[in-house]
Write a protein that binds this ligand. Sequence first.
Ligand SMILES: *Cc1c(COP(=O)(O)O)cnc(C)c1O
Length: 364
Amino acid sequence: MKVPFQNLYLQYTSIKAEIDAAIADCLNNSQFIGGDKVKLFEQDFAAYTGTQYCVTCGNGTDSIEIILSALGISAGDEVIVPAHSWISTSEAVSSVGAKPVFVDTRSDLYTIDTTKIADKITSRTKAIIPVHLYGLPAEMDEILAIAEKHNLHVVEDCAQAHGATYKGRKVGTFGVAASFSFYPGKNLGAYGDAGGIVTNDAGLAERCRQIANHGQIKKNVHVSEGRNSRLDTIQAAVLSVKLKHLSNWNERRRMAAKKYFELLHGADIVLPLAPDYSAHVYHLFVIQIENREMVKGALTEAGIETSIHYPTMLPFLAPYGFPETDFPACYSYQNSILTLPMFPEITTAEIEYVCDTLLRALKQ
Ligand SMILES: *Cc1c(COP(=O)(O)O)cnc(C)c1O
């Protein structure tokens, strides 16, 4: 049996008629950037997340950068980010000229260790970017309390957590603004690059919209210099179709996770933690395991695709170059994390095969 890491083709075929019609409609109208379909998706996505405004843009990395710019964060400022994330989180901070300040992450939740944030706050700190990594919300109560005490903006990076909830509330509603990526493999993915910002602050939404479209308030009226980061109409049409299926897909990911828990329970494997107060959306199903390379090799041999998110934690990457001793928790699990196949359409038989192969490899 072959088990792919994810299967976007299978997802497409499950909604082919709707997608094909939506794309054909765009071609027939021949509007390719902006327009009603983009507005409609923005309304729908704001409603889905429970926020008032959604501003779409070119990709998830841009969405973080645009929020930071709109908040006036620039050279001389510092922004707190978790040591464990995809590079976009820290890269966006550097791109606006500010300095990313890394904080160690928890080895059980993989999100920022809130007990280690205060130590990193200086007079230059302007914001915290919690990342809801792998689909599990960061500890927002603690983060919001620290932010309030030190007068910092909270900008949520929701790229891996569309639809996840923390204490009954959807991610994206906690900070001053939140960024989303609609990269094809994300829980809600377009058929190319795409991103979005949600916020309840009308002024901030307006500034984000200007920045993403050359600083224009209307055609040829530029109140500032911005950039070009807009959503293609075809991507908006695809996203509107897929948004209707997102809750169902997230539910199927949870069922798949449940099956993994059931079959891997009791083995010498660290399974993801899903505290009761959160609804995890399992963008990625990450375990910790000894002899990772051996296990990964055995899975590959058996036709099972796995991945590692991420092989090198952010502070240890070349552009940052911090010593491992500065981020002990995240360093301690860097070489044992392994991402198993996870997608809404994965079958019970496929999960059984993955677990079976995994447990057998562990016994070797
Ligand atoms: C995917 C991702 C991003 C960036 O999204 P792109 O659309 O690829 O630019 C940002 N943060 C995290 C945590 C991500 O996983």
